[in-house]
Design a protein around this ligand. Structure first.
Ligand code: SAH
Length: 245
């Protein structure tokens, strides 16, 4: 009886030590936390928000670990840049939640020689993630001030494979069409036909569809010859797709 008690006591002590150790940050983690807090936050964002929700594509995960999201938000939001929600970027617009950016990127099945069109440059964050993965990114923003700021930011960060333009993305960017994939980051009432035209055969487009300021549906559009198939993926909330003059 006494022996059983001793064994049980030992097990309790061992488990307690293991639990305490598990909850502690390792010394390597501690030093990253001190030396580079943003990198620490980024690593944590990827493990708790992105990997934990099923994103598996290694290149997408690496891009999310590398791109300094805090440089894409206004200064006073930097500390929240790696939180699990969208943030305001001025002009009534937002940078999407990190998980949504990763999800939309992964589902496009990108390859390094791809050329992708983004509608809704905003901060330029999604464009930077794409630029880490593929050859050329074309991104269109309807608000000239946001386009200019994103262009400068992307240039300063050395993304020379991103071309920006300020215009109504409903019309796409015909000059460089067709694209291997298109990503739309504002919610449209319907899928703009010019974007379908500018998608390559076997190309994929991801777009939130639905009424503004309401829950919308993230849709995956696939073009196979004349055939256009659409699939609803999940409910989302994006800023509205606007139209030019
Ligand atoms: N991808 C962005 C998210 C921006 S939010 C990022 O990573 O930060 C969506 C953006 O779409 C807003 O900046 C908005 O101004 C822009 N937008 C809305 N309608 C548009 C249109 N018709 N053409 C181009 N951009 C549009």
């Amino acid at each position: 009886m006494e022996r059983t008690n001793i064994i049980f006591g030992c097990l309790v002590v061992i488990f307690t030590i293991l639990i305490l150790l598990g909850g502690e940050e390792s010394s390597a983690q501690k030093s990253v936390m001190q030396d580079n807090p943003y990198q620490y936050m980024r690593d944590k964002m990827v493990s708790t928000q992105i990997k934990a929700r099923g994103i598996r594509n290694r290149e997408v995960l690496d891009a999310m670990i590398k791109v300094q999201r805090h440089l894409f938000v206004p200064d006073h939001y930097r500390k929240s840049a790696y939180s699990d929600y969208p943030l305001p970027i001025g002009h009534g617009q937002t940078i999407s939640q990190p998980y949504i950016v990763a999800y939309m990127t992964e589902i496009l099945n990108l390859e390094s020689d791809h050329r992708v069109l983004e509608i809704g440059t905003g901060s330029g964050y999604q464009a930077a993630i794409l630029a880490e993965l593929i050859k050329e990114v074309y991104t269109v923003e309807i608000i000239p001030e946001l386009e200019k700021a994103a262009k400068n930011r992307l240039m300063e960060l050395g993304y020379d494979n991103v071309k920006t333009r300020s215009s109504d993305g409903y019309l796409g960017w015909k000059e460089y069409a067709p694209y291997d994939a298109i990503v739309v980051t504002a919610a449209a009432g319907y899928i703009p036909p010019p974007l379908i035209d500018q998608l390559k055969d076997k190309g994929r487009m991801i777009i939130p569809v639905g009424s503004p300021f309401n829950v919308q549906t993230l849709m995956l559009v696939e073009k196979k010859g004349e055939d256009i198939s659409t699939r609803s993926l999940m409910s989302v909330r994006f800023v509205p797709f606007r139209r030019g003059e």
